[in-house]
Design a protein around this ligand. Structure first.
Ligand code: FES
Length: 72
């Protein structure tokens, strides 16, 4: 589903950005451009980020490497 209509960012793209290394809403915003225009989607975008990070943290013990690296 579309989270940001201004930039056409979907919840899937936000999740991908996190799986690719973004560790915060700020990093996701920089990587995807979400909420960079009117800003109306910021709440929803933050929610998707928070939800995904929480899921990732609970699954992290199964990941054999650190997810702490900077996204391009
Ligand atoms: S809907 Fe995301 S910046 Fe406007």
């Amino acid at each position: 589903m579309y989270v940001c209509l201004c930039t056409g960012v979907t919840d899937g793209q936000i999740r991908d950005a996190i799986y690719e290394g973004c560790c915060s809403y700020k990093e996701v915003r920089q990587a995807t451009g979400v909420a960079s225009q009117c800003g109306k989607c910021a709440c929803l975008a933050k929610e998707v980020v928070r939800e995904t990070l929480t899921k990732l943290q609970s699954a992290q013990s199964a990941i054999p490497y650190s997810v702490e690296f900077t996204a391009a």
